[in-house]
Design a protein around this ligand. Structure first.
Ligand SMILES: [Zn+2]
Length: 180
């Protein structure tokens, strides 16, 4: 078995602002990428993971919002084909922007079409947290982070907050190292 060498790409890496390429239908590598991304999704305890977050600029996403029954979505070339006009606001976080949580406006309902790991065409109609998560992950494929969905002022405030959280985290980590 090949070792899973995927590493998490974090803000402000320029990789996270790049637009991802469509996967060629039948590309056998996609299945392996999906498998490794699924392992990392659970290892990092995320609700969703998009390929650019592991440095791969292809339109691939895995999602499991830990609903009951748990459903793992493994998506190739996903796209939103319908969105409700109604917007909702809920707190979001991102593995690539650790520890920051911000309220983001999203469409309440979406329909997403995609190919599964066997390149079968699938469709999911989503509401609630799954809907927000789909919009968040699909944004990653176009190089858009959730903080980019905030207004200009709120976005720069969120980045300041993130920097502060990072500094605090680093300090704490160093202190823990010294007392070990
Ligand atoms: Zn994210």
């Amino acid at each position: 078995m090949k070792k899973n060498l995927m590493n998490l790409v974090t803000y402000p890496s320029p990789i996270l602002s790049k637009k991802c390429a469509e996967v060629k239908i039948g590309d056998m590598q996609a299945g392996e990428i999906l498998g490794n991304m699924t392992d990392k999704l659970y290892e990092w305890n995320g609700a969703g993971l998009a390929a650019p977050q592991v440095g791969i600029l292809q339109r691939i996403v895995v999602i499991d919002v830990r609903e009951d029954p748990a459903t793992l979505y493994r998506m190739i070339n996903p796209r939103i084909v319908w969105r409700s006009e109604e917007l909702v606001e809920s707190k979001e976080g991102c593995l690539s922007i650790p520890r920051l949580l911000e309220k983001v406006p999203r469409h309440e309902l979406v329909t997403v079409q995609y190919f599964d790991e066997n390149f079968a065409e699938k469709e999911v109609y989503a509401s609630g947290f799954l809907s927000c998560c789909l919009q968040h992950e699909l944004d990653h494929l176009d190089g858009i982070l959730y903080i980019d969905r905030l207004g200009r002022r709120k976005r720069s405030m969120a980045i300041q907050k993130f920097k502060k959280l990072q500094e605090e985290f680093e300090e704490k980590r160093k202190e823990e190292e010294m007392t070990e």
